[in-house]
Design a protein around this ligand. Structure first.
Ligand code: PLP
Length: 453
């Protein structure tokens, strides 16, 4: 592979002059003279244009599960591009890769989730959910079922419908969101909202908040409940035992569809292929993206139960929804090979019984640090809560959101890419991360905490 030389100073200048990066302050981008430029990556390490090697504790953006530098994913893309770079799936046409990938996903999902709609991003997948669910209820003869219940601090994407489904208030300010028909209830965030309370009782209280809202609105008006098995971007919120069973029971009691957003949790992140398997619940619809292709190409999928598809098939009308790149053949071929890699290298088992427990043990050591209020993980996703005083959830500096960014910046300077969510440091490394790299992650975080203390 030829390694290209980049003129980093010039790239940063052009970044400011012409490029608007996603989810960014354009003032800050200008004031710091352009973005950090990542030029290559290998395994679990990214390299920036200034020559720094940075351990990627975030798997890109919660997605590069099989790690960087997989030549076979590039080869399969090349072959597919030469054979058939694109053809659409509109108007009763299809191509072989999305059919093969849908078949593969149906096998992995099992049960009733046997039908797959393709999109290119997690946001699009949840937009598909939005229209599909309302269309389903219209056809069923219950058009008044329009309302979605979601949770505060949920992240379901950045398009208008998916950001509305999401529960981050700062994401609602721009664009006057949410759009009508989305209600946000409690999140099962024990450390923040249930501290001092028995965790299981707190989880039951969070589930009860869903039922209370359903009853307040009228169960006959509720279309679906949507949630991430473990909230990722909201701060790696691992629900207490029993929470998901209670949520499922509430949905069944009122005939409400249960939608799980597995965009981060899917494909092994929690030590099972899917989060719903980890928590023992049976969703009607599942959104997937990120780990589906390990980020090598943009692709996402919305899995739908047989019963929903039978309803859609009970009418002649088209489902008038879809994207030019729904079922893109190159992205689908790459995703299929990515799943084959996960199977061949037994990466889900690796998360469950090797690196997941190792990561948990390493975080347990970090929990002894005087600034750490809680260090939690499930599989290979985790968070460290930074507090002013051990044994409390009081925030550093008396203000929420001050310590997190400082510790994150110190981590990056120390050679570890992590994200800060308010006052927690969140981590989501590639499945191929080694024990030595996990030890290094924790050591860098400990040193960063020491700097801030
Ligand atoms: N759903 C979840 C749970 C996510 O974490 C994300 C992105 O982080 C999305 C949806 C949106 O995915 P995308 O950024 O590909 O649109």
């Amino acid at each position: 592979m030829t390694r290209r030389n980049h003129d980093i100073a010039e790239l940063r200048r052009l970044d400011v002059a012409h490029h608007l990066p996603a989810q960014s302050s354009y003032k800050l981008q200008r004031d710091i003279g352009g973005s950090r430029i990542i030029v290559r990556a290998e395994g679990s390490t990214i390299y920036d244009g200034d020559g720094n090697a940075i351990l990627d504790g975030m798997a890109g953006l919660w997605c590069v599960d099989v790690g960087y530098g997989r030549a076979e994913l590039a080869e399969v893309a090349r072959e597919q591009m030469l054979e058939l770079p694109f053809y659409n799936t509109f108007f009763r046409t299809a191509t072989p890769p999305p059919i093969a990938l849908a078949t593969k996903l149906a096998g992995l999902l099992g049960g009733e989730l046997q039908h797959i709609f393709f999109n290119s991003s997690g946001s699009e997948s949840n937009d598909t959910v939005f229209r599909l669910v309302r269309t389903y209820w219209d056809i069923k003869g219950e058009p008044q079922r329009k309302t979605f219940i979601s949770r505060r601090n949920a992240y379901h994407g950045s398009t208008v419908a998916s950001a509305s489904l999401g529960g981050m208030s700062y994401m609602h300010v721009q664009g006057d969101l949410p759009i009508p028909g989305v209600e946000h209830v409690m999140q099962p965030y024990w450390f923040g909202d249930g501290f001092g309370e028995d965790p299981v009782a707190f989880g039951a209280r969070a589930a009860q908040d869903i039922e209370d809202r359903i009853l307040a609105i009228g169960p006959e008006k509720i279309a679906a409940f949507i949630g991430e098995p473990v909230q990722g971007a909201g701060g790696v919120i691992i629900p207490p035992d029993g929470y998901w069973q209670q949520v499922e029971a509430i949905c069944r009691k009122y005939g409400i569809l249960l939608v799980l957003d597995e965009v981060i949790c899917g494909f092994g992140r929690l030590g099972e292929w899917f989060g719903f398997q980890k928590f023992g619940v049976t969703p009607d619809i599942v959104s997937m993206a990120k780990g589906l292709s390990s980020g090598y190409l943009p692709i996402s999928a919305t899995a739908v139960s047989r019963a929903i598809v039978e309803t859609l098939r009970s009418v002649d009308d088209d489902f008038v929804h879809g994207y030019t790149y729904s079922g893109h053949p190159v992205a689908a071929a790459v995703a299929l090979r990515n799943l084959e890699i996960i199977e061949r290298e037994q990466l889900v088992d690796r998360v469950r019984s090797d690196v997941g427990p190792y990561f948990a043990a390493a975080l347990a050591r970090l929990a002894a640090h005087p600034l750490v209020g809680e260090a939690r993980s499930l599989g290979l996703i985790g968070a460290v809560e930074i507090v002013a005083e051990k044994g409390t959830n009081r925030r550093f500096g008396g203000r929420e959101g001050m310590a997190g960014p400082m510790v994150r910046d110190a981590c990056i300077a120390g050679g570890l890419m992590v994200r800060a969510v308010r006052d927690s440091i969140v981590m989501c490394p590639p499945f191929i991360i080694t024990h030595e790299e996990i030890d290094r992650m924790v050591a860098i975080i400990a040193a960063a905490l020491d700097q801030v203390a």
